[in-house]
Design a protein around this ligand. Structure first.
Ligand SMILES: Cc1cc2nc3c(=O)[nH]c(=O)nc-3n(C[C@H](O)[C@H](O)[C@H](O)COP(=O)(O)OP(=O)(O)OC[C@H]3O[C@@H](n4cnc5c(N)ncnc54)[C@H](O)[C@@H]3O)c2cc1C
Length: 481
């Protein structure tokens, strides 16, 4: 074993950043391990942007022009995520790498992934988090006797993670593990049950290779869109031009439209239009196929934009994702499974640890089309702590897109701001468990809430902690009391 720590966070995406900051702020020694040489997960490795809206909607703001290039389906309601997310956005903005949420951005946050990479490292180092980059988790060890917990039996456990590295395999031991791999790798290795894809056929949302184009003439594009307003809706469209290109044999895309997001600087645009379906993001052969197919689609899309779409004549690909973006893989079966009705009916839970106002948003797993189902105006739903606690294993908390929920609910809570929020909660829960020498399941939700509120997280009125610690569980708050 090369290192021992209180909390080991595996995965440095939005959830991992939230988890590491949450655990460190709660007083734990934290190691964050990541397979890439940089942080950010999908936000940087797959160039996924912008940070989707974390505001409730109040009416739909009018786009200034038809081609606003920002999703305009959120109004100026209230932010339902703060805490670690607010810290990250503030830092990226101060470094000139993000535009704050406003009516102009549809309450999303466009950001520069290169700035986010730097900001994330700075924030974590300042918080005292030890980084372990270039480290791919390939397995877990059963509970190590030196780190055994008091007072809890049953279930299988995992206290050490094996990483494949340039220095050979290494093991990091931890009192509590936080699985922020997006794919639920750690909980899966430890034997947790999981679901994948939609119920009828197991198909997941498609993968997408995203890319950024530079020297895009936005005023020219906007003029075209204003003159052809039936052909563009906020961030997507060009149906007629696509049809013509298909008939000419130039395009063979599964997607029926082009989806574009404006960047931080004029002249830059982010293209979310490749689509690779019916392949699994947990299968190396499928992932290889997805990289090959999506890069072929990228070439077609770029040629189409340059040749047929006004404003793109002189544009070029300045950067593509270093890997294909994976929307959906394992959803770990937890103590509570968040359902579509919880989302649409804006349900609230006693053990809320994060909130979400983003709609159900499913890119069709088998073909064209996208299903969008919004929450009622001014509303959000709560995510309970139980969604982060896998059934049947101990010592592991999950966060981000692999938490417990249905295919439909996942399509809502998967967005990056909410992943950061569940990450922060998982980190806090792991830190409290480690400090008390108990399993995460034994930590009272009210204690997680109290620490999250202290850290500036936003849990809504319903979430004010109601309990004081009466269980003498040995957690940090018991000791304070
Ligand atoms: C094409 C696409 C478009 C999207 N559009 C948006 C959007 O516009 N706005 C938005 O907010 N959300 C969007 N999303 C959703 C969002 O990007 C993800 O759901 C979110 O990033 C999930 O965060 P996460 O931290 O759980 O996982 P990830 O972002 O996937 O991060 C997981 C991290 O763990 C690391 N990792 C994985 N396995 C291992 C391992 N075994 N060992 C070590 N490290 C490992 C990865 O390298 C990565 O850094 C989109 C997703 C995709 C794919």
């Amino acid at each position: 074993m090369v290192a021992e720590t209180d909390v080991l966070v595996v995965g440095g995406g939005p959830a991992g950043l939230g988890a590491a900051l949450g655990a460190a702020d709660a007083g734990a020694r934290v190691v964050l391990a990541e397979r890439h040489g940089f942080l950010g997960g999908n936000a940087t490795a797959a160039l996924v942007m912008p940070l989707m809206s974390y505001y409730t909607r109040r009416g739909l703001p009018e786009a200034e022009t038809a081609a606003q290039l920002m999703p305009m389906d959120h109004g100026p309601g209230e932010p339902v995520v703060e805490g670690a997310l607010a810290r990250l956005i503030d830092r990226v903005r101060r470094m000139g790498g993000a535009i704050g949420p406003s009516a102009r951005t549809g309450y999303t946050v466009p950001f520069d992934p290169e700035v986010l990479k730097c900001a994330a490292i700075d924030l974590l180092e300042e918080a005292g988090v030890q980084l372990l980059l270039h480290s791919f988790a390939s397995g877990v060890l059963e509970p190590l006797s030196a780190l055994s917990m008091r007072g809890f039996g049953g279930g299988t456990g995992a206290r050490g993670v094996i990483f494949e590295t340039k220095s050979g395999p290494i093991v990091v031991g931890a009192r509590t593990l936080v699985d922020c791999t997006g794919d639920g790798d750690i909980a899966g290795f430890a034997g947790a049950s999981f679901e994948m894809g939609r119920e009828e056929d197991g198909l997941t949302q498609p993968m997408t290779l995203m890319f950024r184009m530079s020297q895009f003439d936005q005023p020219l594009f906007e003029r075209y869109v204003d003159e052809n307003s039936d052909q563009w809706k906020g961030v997507f469209g060009l149906w007629d031009l696509i049809r013509e290109a298909r008939q000419a044999g130039e395009l063979t895309l599964p997607r029926e439209d082009i989806l574009l997001f404006g960047g931080v600087r004029p002249g830059e645009v982010s293209v979310n239009s490749t689509r690779v379906s019916a392949l699994a993001g947990t299968d190396v052969f499928d992932l290889t196929r997805a990289e090959v197919l999506s890069r072929r689609q990228l070439r077609q899309i770029v040629a189409f934009l340059r040749e047929r779409v006004p404003g793109f004549e002189h544009s070029y690909v300045v950067q593509s994702g270093s890997c294909v973006g994976v929307r959906e893989t394992r959803r770990i079966v937890g103590e509570y499974r968040l359902e579509a009705e919880d989302v649409i009916q804006a349900r609230k839970f006693e053990d809320v640890i994060a909130r979400c106002a983003y709609p159900i948003d499913i890119h069709d797993p088998s073909g064209t089309g996208t299903r969008l189902e919004r929450l009622p105006e001014g509303q959000w739903y709560d995510i309970p702590l139980r969604c982060l606690l896998p059934q049947g294993i101990e010592g592991v908390v999950v966060a981000g897109r692999c938490i417990s929920g249905s295919h439909e609910a996942h399509s809502s809570y998967r967005v990056m701001p909410v992943s950061m929020a569940t990450g922060q909660a998982a980190g806090v829960c792991a830190a409290l468990a480690s400090a008390a020498g108990v399993f995460p399941r034994q930590v009272l939700a009210s204690h997680v809430q109290e620490e999250l509120l202290r850290q500036g997280a936003s849990l809504g009125d319903a979430s004010a902690p109601k309990d004081v610690c009466s269980s003498d569980c040995g957690c940090r708050l018991c000791r304070v009391a």
